[in-house]
Design a protein around this ligand. Structure first.
Ligand code: CAA
Length: 385
């Protein structure tokens, strides 16, 4: 139809504390190289008791709100698998916190880590039907597996916000994605549990199987090969996972293509290596990391793989827009990551254990941004510092 729809703005938020994964390795009696090389992580974002999906999502929107024409906004969607209520959408808390008007539509979407992508494509189709309007998509999560578990090294927390519009400034998305879904049990979180249940090895296998399926199908339909992509970007529960998927894509590729796509993968994995798994936001953090670190990519085709346990896989492509760099906040994001405080194992374990004790005696709050300030009469309260 010639209508170009995609990502017009991208913002992010990560908590102000991190744990060095080598400290975690030593405390757990694991060779540090297993975590830094075998898993491919450096630092893990650790949320304070006041960082939840609402506050982090609101902070990610605040990163781009000054660039947004709120009069055109028609819809706010939140993708998350760390829901704070069984019924009310986190998007309504967020909408109120950041001061969006009451005339907009607003809801939350769930399908494990696929929720951000589900939001993105719902937004795409909304904008296709209402080209004069825009949509805010927020992906916000806290990845928790538990102290001393195999999944502990793949925890993290943070949020990404994206504005979807016609004639976007950053990435035009092609509406010809390849999907694959099946009812399997690789990772889930039963009602009432604050940590995920996971069949770890199986989940990595299903991730790779689903990637192979949708990538091969897409390339077959469109007569594309790895050499036709400037970058292949992945959901990164840990960076080694994406590297394994990239190796699947590169099985029959020439050496030069392999080298180029591996280098670009490293650029896309930089943020994830330093924050950990952001579940729904992870793929979009990879996209931001690549856009903010790669050489000028204007006009180039990229491929993106979204995976949500349960399970759902989608491969889609996009075209990077001219002057996209002017619309990114690369320097601010570098500072956001650099200015974090390094915590030790004692503090990490204390923060982890206290995380869900909403009404405890905590009085420490952040110096800036939105935060969760406790529960009053079964209602979650939020403030802005
Ligand atoms: N030096 C270098 N590498 C080393 C090493 C050392 N000293 N010791 C071990 N390694 C390597 C291993 O060889 C292995 O590499 P390969 O995978 O390339 O073989 C790697 O470190 C991991 O070691 P293990 O195979 O022993 O794995 P583990 O038992 O520690 O568990 C995990 C790893 C399954 C990822 C676990 O952390 C986990 O369950 N994480 C949560 C689930 C998850 O993230 N799944 C991803 C797919 S599902 C998804 O994507 C949705 C989502 O977000 C959850």
């Amino acid at each position: 139809t010639g209508v170009r729809i995609g990502i017009d703005r991208m913002g992010m938020f990560v908590p102000g504390q991190y744990l060095d994964v080598e400290d975690l390795a030593r405390a757990r009696g694991v060779e540090p190289a297993k975590f830094t090389k075998g898993i491919g992580q450096s630092r893990m974002s650790v949320p304070q008791h006041y960082d939840d999906i609402v506050s982090m999502g609101a902070n990610a929107i605040a990163d781009i709100l000054p660039d947004i024409d709120v009069n055109r906004l028609g819809l706010l969607i939140v993708g998350t698998e760390s829901g704070i209520d069984q019924s009310k959408s986190s998007s309504l808390f967020i909408k109120h916190l950041v001061g969006l008007p009451n005339r907009i539509e607003s809801f939350e979407i769930k399908e494990a880590c696929f929720g951000g992508t589900a939001g993105l494509f719902a937004a795409y189709h909304y904008v296709a039907a209402h080209p004069d309007k825009t949509v805010l998509v927020v992906a916000s999560d806290v990845a928790r597996y538990g102290l001393g578990t195999a999944g502990e090294i793949t925890q993290g927390a943070g949020a990404v916000a994206m504005l979807i519009s016609v004639n976007p400034s950053i990435l035009v998305i092609n509406d010809d994605a390849e999907d694959y879904s099946d009812d399997i049990n690789d990772f889930w979180r039963p009602n009432g549990m604050t940590e995920a249940v996971v069949d770890g090895k199986y989940s990595t296998q299903v991730y790779l199987d689903f990637f192979r399926h949708v990538f091969d199908a897409y390339c077959g339909k469109h007569a594309l090969a790895p050499r036709d992509f400037a970058a292949l970007l992945f959901h990164l529960p840990f960076t080694k996972m994406g590297m394994k998927a990239l190796n699947v894509a590169l099985e029959n590729a020439d050496v030069e293509t392999g080298k180029r796509l591996r280098e670009n993968f490293e650029l896309s994995a930089s943020y994830a290596r330093n924050v950990g798994n952001l579940y729904t936001a992870s793929l979009y953090l990879s996209l931001m990391s690549w856009l903010e670190h790669a050489d000028d990519a204007a006009g180039q085709r990229i491929g993106l793989f979204s995976y949500g346990s349960g399970a759902m896989g989608k491969f889609f492509t996009g075209c990077v827009q001219p002057n996209y760099r002017q619309h990114l906040h690369a320097l601010a994001h570098e500072h956001m990551l650099m200015d974090r405080e390094r915590i030790d194992m004692d503090e990490y374990e204390r923060m982890f254990t206290h995380y869900h004790a909403a009404e405890d005696a905590e009085t420490k709050y952040p110096e800036s941004g939105f935060y969760f300030s406790g529960v009053q009469g079964a209602i979650r309260q939020y403030s802005r510092a």
